[in-house]
Design a protein around this ligand. Structure first.
Ligand SMILES: NC(=O)c1ccc[n+]([C@@H]2O[C@H](COP(=O)([O-])OP(=O)(O)OC[C@H]3O[C@@H](n4cnc5c(N)ncnc54)[C@H](OP(=O)(O)O)[C@@H]3O)[C@@H](O)[C@H]2O)c1
Length: 233
């Protein structure tokens, strides 16, 4: 990370990513906006068995929405589903098992979902993972790139026709403020050269993802405040 980017990220972090910045921005939040029912609307959430994804699924379930939880671990997913059903009283919660590192399977999943379900109002790309060492998937793609960037692109691209059938569709993609610390390494997207540093790989991926998504024009959510909202300090 260059000194310039390091300093810029640190200063931006101080002004935008801190508890004080959240409290200041939260003054313009309109609580009433959340007082809405989403009954009859369906939401696909990746990585919905823990953290931000699970909290989002729980909040939407309580407001009556249908949830499609896309998770890689069946036991964890079923456990989270049971908790969401019990706490929200909403039984319209469905689990889909998918490892987002497996590019071909992501495509097949999206295509079969599109055929099986008549509607999808909102796609929330939340899942994210950090690899500790370089690994490739069945297609020879580096797994961090495959799951954090390519899978998101594939889900959006493939599900657009289904999303477009609803009157007010949304795609929300959770990213990271960490993207500011590194330039996009266009010549090394697969991290095939140099020492593999999972943290640094994760910092350039949101940039590549932003560029991929910009091709299909959707905004992204850069995470820093969510931790303050959903997690105790
Ligand atoms: N929390 C923060 O401060 C923060 C800061 C910056 C960015 N973010 C971003 O916010 C998002 C949510 O983070 P979180 O803090 O809620 O993390 P988390 O609790 O670790 O949740 C991540 C979720 O993604 C799932 N996942 C990971 N790799 C997957 C794969 N290959 N296929 C399918 N699912 C996969 C995980 O499944 P398993 O349970 O099976 O592992 C888990 O459900 C991530 O995209 C993260 O990069 C968070």
């Amino acid at each position: 990370m260059s000194l310039y980017r390091n300093s810029a990220w640190f200063l931006k972090g101080l002004t935008e990513f801190t508890k004080g910045a959240f409290l200041s921005a939260s003054k313009s939040f309109v609580e009433k906006d959340l007082e809405t029912s989403v009954a009859g609307r369906s939401f696909m959430i990746t990585g919905a068995n823990s953290g931000i994804g699970k909290a989002t699924a729980m909040a939407i379930a309580k407001k009556g929405g249908t949830i499609h939880m896309v998770c890689r671990n069946k036991d964890k997913a079923e456990e989270a589903r049971a908790e969401i059903v019990k706490e929200s009283g909403n039984k319209e919660i469905y689990v889909h098992i998918l490892d987002l590192t497996e590019t071909k399977k992501v495509w097949e999943f999206a295509e079969s979902f599109k055929k099986k379900y008549k509607t999808l109002n909102v796609l929330i790309n939340n899942a994210g993972c950090m690899m500790t060492k370089r690994e490739v998937n069945g297609e020879g793609l580096e797994k961090s790139f495959a799951s954090n960037s390519l899978a998101v692109y594939i889900l959006i691209k493939s599900l657009i026709p289904l999303l477009e059938k609803s009157p007010d569709p949304r795609v929300i993609t959770v990213s990271s403020g960490g993207m500011l610390v590194q330039k996009l390494r266009t010549g090394n997207l697969q991290s095939q050269r140099g020492r593999y540093d999972g943290t640094m790989v994760l910092t350039y991926l949101p940039t590549s993802l932003t560029l991929l998504i910009c091709q299909i024009t959707f905004p992204m959510l850069h995470i820093q405040w969510v931790r303050k909202v959903f997690r105790p300090p």
